[in-house]
Write a protein that binds this ligand. Structure first.
Ligand SMILES: *Cc1c(COP(=O)(O)O)cnc(C)c1O
Length: 502
């Protein structure tokens, strides 16, 4: 029987023979090591036009027959090394993306090889215990109670969504999980967040059935921090009008300028009105471990839930977000169902993570965070975060001291500034409009240059350049080079653009 023989001596086309795996793995690790060594000598981005990217990937159809894995891996490595934006490059400071620790790459390989499914303890005993320890260590790093609940998720958006859902479950005065948002007689829920809050809040209000009109955008002060008195007033108005405030969102490190809301004061408002206090610390929470941290970060400990992104300022590769939830039962109260087909270990000593969040099957994201936290230790993180912060401050000073640059803001490791030609009188609407055009053009040229990578913010209608240093490879010399680049491009573009504009 031919078929029986095949089934007995099966040879699957996806299998890699042990020797082949070893050889290919060693070669790939060598290529990655060479890539890491060469980072600083490469352009931050090749700035390929989209057609070049599509062409590099090619338009072949799904291959009908298999191909040799060595050829495929070589081709994939070349494609990625040559056509990627390199956020591990020492001169990458765009958005908020941490330079990835090399140990994270090895950790992801190890996690994928063993492939624990971190949905249930029975499926991933040691990985579940490592995840719990990672959550506890993150809490210890940022000064949050260490007996917290929490779990690893894909990023800041998901971590914030989970805080949002736990708040809704805990504070809505009806059974939201069973009756949903259309429960008879249910008052409209209201959530409070500053105008500087990241767009996750819109997605959450939309996705979870409140609608974005449920968001009360609380104004900020001149330093982009939420105004607690305005928050208090808005809550009282809504209560009077019959609505149901349930959640206040503070931000520890806003995306535009790194501002930290007055967290202890926001916590006091929540206490007074019996509201859930969630802090979006996706970017800034790790700064709480550093000696020069803003004092308001001590207010993290007062939050009912906190979102933190290890793939930002804990320098692990994407994806890794983390949510901490103070009340130990809050996550299970929000997410748990126990279907008959999961006959899982009922022991109190185990954690089934599928009950703590929206995911069912879950990858082993915790491993890379767990290893990175141990490689650097608290002392190492304190130093890296402090140095990033000092570098951002140094950039602010360089901009401030330069006659053709105007320093904007410096908070945590974010600095904003703009190019202003020395002979230009700022302030009139015409000049301000021109400066916006000029700085937009500078940003575009910097990004396409491959010499450095930054992004922008818009502050009081001013378009400013923005560098966020969450990069353990950056040195002072890299930032001096950025200043020189911006000034050179600024002069060139000003000469080209001003005659037609002013
Ligand atoms: C980055 C960020 C988010 C979103 O996090 P992702 O990891 O991109 O999903 C939310 N809030 C703040 C303050 C952030 O910096």
């Amino acid at each position: 029987m031919h078929e029986e023989k095949e089934l007995r001596e099966r040879s699957a086309p996806i299998e890699l023979a042990p020797d082949a795996f070893r050889a290919l793995g060693h070669r790939l690790v060598d290529e990655i090591a060479d890539f890491l060594v060469s980072l600083a000598d490469r352009p931050v981005t090749p700035a390929d036009p989209p057609q070049a990217v599509w062409a590099a990937v090619g338009e072949r159809n799904l291959p009908e027959t298999g191909q040799p894995p060595g050829v495929l891996l070589d081709r994939a490595a070349r494609l990625l090394f040559q056509h990627s934006l390199l956020n591990g490059h020492p001169r990458f400071w765009g958005y908020i993306i941490g330079a990835p620790a090399p140990i994270g790459a090895l950790a992801d390989c190890l996690a994928a090889a063993v492939n624990p499914n971190c949905g249930g303890w029975d499926l991933a005993p040691v990985a579940s215990a490592i995840e719990a320890q990672t959550v506890r260590w993150i809490a210890q790093l940022v000064g949050y109670p260490e007996d917290t609940g929490g779990l690893l998720v894909s990023g800041g958006n998901m971590a914030n969504f989970i805080g949002f859902l736990a708040a809704r479950r805990a504070k809505a005065p009806w059974d939201v999980r069973q009756q949903g948002m259309n429960a008879p007689g249910a008052p409209p829920l209201r959530v409070y967040a500053s105008t500087e809050t990241h767009t996750w809040i819109q997605k959450a209000a939309d996705l979870f059935g409140l609608g974005t009109d449920a968001i009360r955008q609380v104004p900020t002060d001149a330093a982009h921090r939420m105004d607690p008195a305005a928050l208090n007033r808005r809550i009282q108005e809504d209560r009077k009008a019959g609505a149901c405030p349930f959640l206040v969102v503070g931000t520890a490190g806003t995306v535009s300028t790194g501002a930290v809301d007055p967290l202890p004061e926001l916590a006091a408002v929540c206490q007074e009105h019996n509201l859930w206090f969630h802090v979006d610390g996706a970017y800034g929470a790790p700064a709480a471990c550093a000696p020069e941290a803003p004092a308001d970060l001590a207010g993290l400990a007062l939050a009912d839930s906190v979102a933190i992104d290890p793939h930002k300022w804990l320098y692990v590769p994407v994806e890794a977000g983390c949510v901490l939830v103070k009340h130990p039962d809050a996550l299970r109260d929000t997410f748990s169902y126990r279907p008959p087909y999961y006959h899982l270990d009922p022991d109190e000593a185990v954690i089934h993570y599928y009950e703590h969040g929206p995911q069912n099957s879950r990858g082993f994201r915790a491993l890379k965070v767990w290893l990175a936290l141990q490689q650097a230790g608290r002392e190492g993180y304190r130093r890296m975060i402090q140095e990033d912060t000092r570098l951002a401050r140094a950039l602010y000073r360089l901009a401030d001291a330069h006659p053709e640059l105007e320093a904007g803001t410096h908070n945590l490791s974010i600095t904003t500034f703009r190019f202003v030609p020395a002979d230009l009188e700022v302030g009139t609407p015409r000049v301000e409009a021109y400066l916006n055009t000029l700085n937009e053009a500078i940003l575009d040229r910097v990004k396409r240059s491959g010499a450095a990578y930054i992004s922008n913010a818009v502050l009081a209608e001013r378009f400013v350049l923005r560098a966020c240093v969450v990069n353990f490879r950056t040195t002072l010399g890299d930032l001096e080079a950025l200043v020189a680049l911006v000034v050179r491009l600024g002069r060139e573009l000003d000469a080209a653009l001003r005659p037609a504009a002013l």
